[in-house]
Design a protein around this ligand. Structure first.
Ligand code: PHE
Length: 453
């Protein structure tokens, strides 16, 4: 489209892409997944997945967006009219994710407040369960989880406000502020965690390789699953973001920076989380493996416990942790909502304002469902949906359609090479056309994909 908005700077685009990639998955998913799948030895399959699937697919999505200059549905439609549905399918997945991702960020905001005076008390599990997770009697409406509506309103106001403001003045500006702030806050937490008593034992548990696991297929699948989810690949997001790139943009380099930047943060999170877990294990006099958790349990049960035990400035560190979670989540949510806003805008030729209002508004209303007491049960349903129809299958179909059915590899390679420093060679085609579909196909057939968080 001729008057498509554009990123103001290269750094702006990279920060937005990294902002989408760095999310809850980096902080609460990666450390546990790495630990369960071999600790130190997990880094081999993980790096393999990053280099053979993560970055090559990121290059492909960046090139598609840059070349066809459209949201995912429009990009696939321009590639071939018959494949517009692929874009809508990915947009649909993003839409579903946005409805609950927003609620988790709202919880993180509530918990930033709770941490100031440790109002979750000693028994953080009961606290979470009684207020947030306890279901109403079947068929009854148990009301909203206390204190969640206002934060949820804030989440949506910020997200939609940023999107109203547009690509450069909204998304780019927000990421330019949020991402450096996030990295700064997170570094403080990690340094503090590293200097806690017991941190060394935590890190030892995290990095200790379990070489026997390296030949286990599940471990490789977990590595691919983590890379896909973490890099926001096959969610229509990266195609949309790269459709706002100026004509002269180094696509391949940007993809490498995004891929490595995301993994660097992931590693940092692993170090921080396991140092803190080591500290907690020492306080309780149990081995580290007894306190390892991930997902909601890690963030909202175990971390509050760890913060209770902090030697000093508990409230401050609690606040820093939950503020980091909030920022990491918000920059991802912005990218998720932008994909369907852009899709609606391109398809129905409506203004950005209208598209944000309608697309974001509907998602915000649905998100109320997850904000009820026991809304967590719907979260399971949504997760199930994402697992079965989500990222793995969408990624697989994307590669098959683009590389095998439409035979785009050579054209895309030429397009990227003309404007990029790093030249794509045969390796890129082999990764995309052979290695990735084989692994993804295997993942789906075995239905072994690790749970999303
Ligand atoms: N990549 C983000 C994370 O690691 C999550 C995400 C998933 C973002 C889907 C966008 C779309 O948490």
């Amino acid at each position: 489209m001729e008057n498509r908005p554009q990123w103001g700077t290269r750094a702006g685009f990279i920060l937005a892409a990294v902002g989408s990639a760095i999310g809850l998955g980096n902080i609460w998913r990666f450390p546990g997944v790495a630990y369960e799948n071999g600790g130190g030895s997990f880094f081999i399959p993980y790096l393999f997945a990053l280099l053979t699937a993560g970055i090559p697919l990121l290059v492909m999505e960046f090139t598609l967006g840059h070349k066809y200059r459209g949201s995912a549905p429009l990009t696939y439609a321009r590639l071939n009219k018959k494949f517009e549905w692929l874009g809508w399918w990915q947009v649909g997945i993003a839409f579903v994710i946005s409805t609950y991702y927003s609620v988790i960020i709202a919880w993180a905001i509530s918990y930033s407040g709770f941490s100031l005076n440790l109002s979750w008390g000693k028994d953080t599990q009961t606290f979470l369960f009684s207020d947030y997770l306890q279901a109403a009697a079947p068929g009854e409406f148990g009301g909203f989880a206390p204190g969640v509506l206002l934060p949820l309103l804030i989440v949506w106001l910020v997200t939609l406000g940023v999107l109203f403001a547009g690509v450069k003045k909204g998304i780019e500006l927000a990421n330019k502020i949020f991402i450096p702030t996030l990295v700064f806050l997170f570094l403080i937490i990690v340094i503090r965690a590293l200097t806690l008593e017991g941190a060394a034992q935590g890190l030892e548990a995290f990095f200790k390789p379990n070489w026997d696991m390296i030949f286990n297929g599940k471990v490789w699948i977990a590595a691919y699953g983590q890379i896909f989810f973490s890099l926001s690949i096959a969610f229509a997001i990266m195609v949309t973001y790269s459709s706002y790139l100026p004509k002269k943009s180094d696509i391949t380099n940007n993809a490498f920076i995004t891929g490595f930047g995301n993994s660097a943060f992931e590693l940092l999170a692993g170090i921080g989380v396991f140092s803190a877990l080591g500290f907690m294990a020492m306080q309780q006099g149990v081995p580290v493996n007894e306190v390892v958790t991930k997902g909601i349990g890690l963030a909202f049960i175990v971390f509050p416990q760890i913060i209770n035990e902090f030697p000093a400035f508990n409230g401050l560190f609690g606040f820093l942790f939950f503020a980091s979670l909030t920022l990491a989540g918000l920059t991802s949510l912005i990218s998720i909502v932008e994909t369907f806003v852009a899709g609606v805008q391109d398809k129905f030729k409506v203004s950005r304002t209208k598209a944000v209002f309608i697309g974001g508004g509907i998602s915000a209303i649905i998100s109320l469902l997850f904000a009820t007491r026991g809304g967590i049960n719907f979260l399971d349903v949504a997760d199930e949906f994402i697992n079965s129809f989500g990222v793995t299958l969408a990624g697989f179909v994307e590669v098959i359609v683009v590389i095998w059915i439409l035979r785009q590899a050579t054209d895309l390679q030429k397009h990227a090479n003309q404007i990029s420093d790093i030249q794509l060679g045969a390796w890129w085609k082999v990764c995309l056309g052979v290695i990735t579909p084989i692994v993804l196909g295997y993942m789906m057939i075995d239905k072994l994909r690790a749970e999303p968080y």
